[in-house]
Each structure stands twice: as structure tokens, then as C-alpha cells.
Write a protein that binds this ligand. Structure first.
Ligand code: RIB
Ligand code: CA
Length: 310
């Protein structure tokens, strides 16, 4: 299995990337591509490099991606992830830079030339993937699956109906949703079922590794947000972790294959993913929409990550 991670690191992105680094080799995790989202793409790119530096995996290339959505200004979330994007968690300074070509060119060439289908893990706005498939729609056949954190059936986290990743670039999401690629959706409805409780954070802390310390810092910082505490008194969802944990163990989540579309016009509901949970639209069943998770399994994977990395 060969895959790439497209990301806007981002605290929960960092958890997801650490899970991947702990469980997969450089022959499997081919590259990290970055995109503007939680923070600007330069900050996110530096964070991807910092995470690789920590894990001693500088052999994995980082390609800087799009700084803004296809047709809109960038919306960021420093209020959640901090201006450094990692809420001050002490990852080291990077000792290398990103590659000279951009993420869109890299992904395009990879999909054109790979002798096996590629899995794409999308942890942020879909701008990079949307741009690749908008320009080269035929490349969807070279994608094994796109596993993405985004959207939700019925509620949002940035507006009443829109989840952040999709809201940032709804046009890119529309391209991906209509691409014909196999899509696995980790939306808010499933990510809200697994919470980083203090008991779980303590178990990770007790592994005694620096990775464990970073994981606790990343998830603990999210849990400290007042808006999070109102909904989750002890802990927080770790949205992006679902994507790479699913690669580790695809029994992590279950769901249904149904139709998912995205709103790109309405000001009121921009970025809403309309999930046909009752299978009544008659539209193409384009997404494996996940709606249940084994939350213990998820946190076992995260705890193992803290044991497998330094
Ligand atoms: O809504 C949660 C998603 O938006 C996560 O991917 C988080 O990192 C932010 O990108
Ligand atoms: Ca993210």
C-alpha cells in the first residue's frame, strides 16, 4: 500500500501524522503535502518538517501546496491551533526544507507514473487534490481511495452546518466528491464519538516517551479551549487521527455507502455536506460515510504510537 498525507498541520493533523510515522515505512508513506487551512501553508509546511525531524524520518519528502482555496480567500483557525499551528508543543526545528516542486505538480506526476494505485489521506481543505483532479480528471482511476476528514451529516463546527475543512474550500470538495474516486468520509458525526479523556491522555503520558508528551500536549491543548469544554467537559475529538488510524486498522469505523454532496452557492449553508443518510435522493452513492467508531481501538492506536516513536 502506498499513500500520501495531504495536511494543514494543525494539532490533530500532527497526531494523525505521528500515527502514520509509527505504523508505516518510507516505502509506504511516500510524502507529505501541505495546504493552507488551520494555518498558512508556510507555517503548516514548517510544522510537517518539524514532525518528521522529531521522528527521525527526514527521508520522507514534504511538498508545499496551495496557499489559498480554488476560488476563495483563505480562512484559517489559529484560534484553535495557535499561531504556530501546534499550540506551542515543542517539536524541534527542521534540519531540511520542503522539496522544490509544489504539491499539485508532485501529486499529478505521482498519479501519472505510479505502477500501483495511491491512497490519499486528506486532513485539511481539499484544495490540492481538487486542483489535481480538476486539471486531470482521468487521474482518479490511479487513486486507490481518498480517506478524508471533513463534513458531517447534519451539523458543522465552523458554522451551524459546515465543518471547517469543507467550508474553507467547498469548490475543491465538489470536485473530489464528483471525481469517481473511492471516497471514505470521516465526518464530525463519527469523530465526535471518540474523545481524548484525561484518563486516555494519562495512559499516553505514562508511556514516558517524547512522542507521548507531544501527543498529550497536542490533544490537551485542544481540550482546553472554552468552546470545546462547553460540548466536551473532559477531552476533545481528535478529528484527523481517524484518517491514518483507519489505514492502520480498517475495522476502526463502520458506515454506509451513500450520496454526499456539498453546498457551494448558498451563503447560509455554504460548505454543508448533504449526506443521504436515509438513501432517498436517488443520487449516485459516491461516499463510504463512516458513522460508528471503536473509540477504544482509536486510542490504543494513539497510545501505541507513543510507544513506537522516540
Ligand atoms: O474540522 C476539523 C478539521 O479542521 C481538522 O482537520 C482540523 O485539523 C481542521 O483542519
Ligand atoms: Ca486538519
Amino acid at each position: 500500500m502506498k499513500f500520501i498525507i495531504d495536511t494543514d498541520p494543525g494539532t490533530d493533523d500532527a497526531v494523525a501524522i505521528l500515527i502514520a510515522l509509527a505504523h508505516f515505512t518510507d516505502e509506504e508513506l511516500l510524502a507529505i503535502t501541505t495546504v493552507g487551512g488551520n494555518v498558512g501553508v508556510d507555517v503548516g509546511t514548517r510544522n510537517a518538517l518539524r514532525i518528521l525531524e522529531h521522528a527521525n524520518r527526514n527521508s520522507i519528502p514534504v511538498y508545499k501546496g496551495e496557499s489559498k482555496p480554488l476560488n476563495r480567500d483563505l480562512l484559517t483557525a489559529e484560534w484553535v491551533h495557535g499561531t504556530d499551528g501546534l499550540n506551542g508543543v515543542g517539536f524541534p526545528e527542521p534540519s531540511k526544507s520542503e522539496e522544490s516542486i509544489g504539491a499539485v505538480d508532485y501529486i499529478t506526476e505521482l498519479l501519472k507514473n505510479s505502477d500501483e494505485k495511491i491512497t490519499i489521506c486528506v486532513l485539511g481543505p481539499m484544495t490540492n487534490i481538487g486542483k489535481v483532479l480538476n486539471t486531470n480528471p482521468e487521474l482518479a482511476k490511479n487513486i486507490d481511495q481518498i480517506i478524508f476528514m471533513g463534513g458531517g451529516a447534519g451539523f458543522g463546527n465552523h458554522t451551524p452546518v459546515a465543518e471547517f475543512n469543507i467550508l474553507v474550500d467547498p469548490e475543491a470538495a465538489k470536485v473530489v466528491l464528483s471525481s469517481g474516486a473511492k471516497l471514505v468520509m470521516m465526518g464530525l458525526d463519527v469523530t465526535h464519538q471518540a474523545i481524548s479523556t484525561s484518563e486516555r491522555l494519562n495512559t499516553i503520558h505514562e508511556t514516558g516517551t517524547t512522542t507521548g508528551e507531544y501527543l498529550v500536549g497536542l490533544m490537551g491543548s485542544l481540550a482546553d479551549l472554552e468552546i470545546v469544554k462547553q460540548k466536551f467537559p473532559d477531552g476533545t475529538p481528535v478529528h484527523d487521527a481517524f484518517v491514518t488510524a483507519y489505514l492502520v486498522d480498517c475495522s476502526l469505523t463502520t458506515g454506509e455507502v451513500t450520496n454526499v454532496e456539498v453546498e457551494v452557492d448558498s451563503e447560509l449553508t455554504l460548505g454543508q455536506t448533504v449526506v443521504d443518510t436515509n438513501h432517498i435522493s436517488g443520487r449516485n452513492k459516491n461516499v463510504h460515510w463512516m458513522n460508528k467508531v471503536d473509540d477504544e481501538k482509536l486510542f490504543n492506536i494513539i497510545t501505541n504510537t507513543s510507544k513506537l516513536l522516540p
